[in-house]
Design a protein around this ligand. Structure first.
Ligand SMILES: Nc1ncnc2c1ncn2[C@@H]1O[C@H](COP(=O)(O)OP(=O)(O)OP(=O)(O)O)[C@@H](O)[C@H]1O
Ligand SMILES: [Mg+2]
Length: 255
């Protein structure tokens, strides 16, 4: 049984078909790369699977059809994601941001928790402990009380991952986690992604840094104009002429 499966997934924006009849499967414990030129439909794929954009075709999680579910219901199915652009509560502490992620799992009211009603107080203590564990895991334990807005961009991305992990996902979808990072930051992000998989969470990784993709992915799916043009191991993708053409074509368009 596949953890995630799409069958003929299609997403249209007016005249643009951003995802075009895309069928793919991702297994348990896999790190799957999702690559392709700018505008290929990678982020749209995440938006469709995470319940943010309407789509046709079918999305299945562990063979259950989840098409049409709302974003919070998708999280409850074990799928979490991060965003290409950081989406933290900027004026909150790092800890509070991760605790907000815990609420997606526990189902307690986020606002009730902020106001500290008795019903939520025990739950709050549990969430705080859990949030601190997750921050330690992603290497941000020392920054728990820092205001999110004060962190450099790369660390805000890592907080975004901590928030997603707080829902205890079976699958984590990462949208360009290494964008704008230097070599050392990129290396520690790659390590983190491996450690997350080591804890039993599957990953779908959108990333333009090919060294990262080739270094950590088990399998890679390549999109161009919303269509799958190749799929295989890093070695197979490196040798694939259709992939080379897609990237060269987009480079020529950009110049
Ligand atoms: N909300 C939207 N409304 C209209 N068109 C959209 C919307 N989101 C995406 N698109 C279009 O869908 C196509 C795929 O965009 P998408 O953002 O998924 O690409 P991408 O592969 O993530 O690109 P990048 O590598 O630049 O992030 C593009 O043509 C884009 O303009
Ligand atoms: Mg994108």
């Amino acid at each position: 049984m596949h953890l995630l499966e799409t069958r003929n997934l299609t997403v249209r924006f007016g005249g643009v078909t951003a995802i075009d009849n895309l069928s793919l499967t991702v297994g348990e414990g896999e790190i799957r790369g999702l690559i392709g030129p700018n505008g290929a439909g990678k982020t749209t794929f995440f938006n469709a699977v995470s319940g943010r954009y309407p789509s046709s075709g079918e999305i299945r999680v562990r063979d259950h059809v989840v098409s049409g579910l709302k974003p919070n219901e998708i999280v409850a199915q074990g799928l979490a994601r991060t965003f290409q652009h950081v989406t933290l509560f900027k004026s909150f502490s790092v800890l509070k941001n991760v605790m907000a992620g815990c609420h997606l799992r526990s189902g307690y009211s986020f606002w009730g928790a902020l106001l500290g009603t008795p019903r939520t107080r025990q739950n709050e203590a549990d969430n705080e402990r859990r949030a601190r564990e997750i921050l330690d895991f992603v290497g941000l334990g020392g920054l728990a009380d820092e205001t999110a807005a004060n962190l450099p961009h790369g660390l805000q991305r890592a907080v975004g991952i901590a928030v997603a992990l707080a829902s205890e996902p079976q699958m984590l979808m990462l949208d360009e986690p290494c964008a704008g990072m230097n070599t050392a930051e990129t290396r520690s992000m790659s390590d983190l992604i491996r450690r997350i998989r080591g804890n039993g969470t599957s990953i779908i990784l959108i990333e333009h840094d090919m060294k990262v993709i080739m270094g950590i992915c088990d399998q890679i799916t390549v999109l161009n104009f919303g269509t799958k043009i190749a799929e295989g191991s890093p070695e197979e993708i490196l040798r694939n002429t259709a992939v080379h053409k897609a990237y060269l074509g987009s480079a020529a368009d950009a110049s």
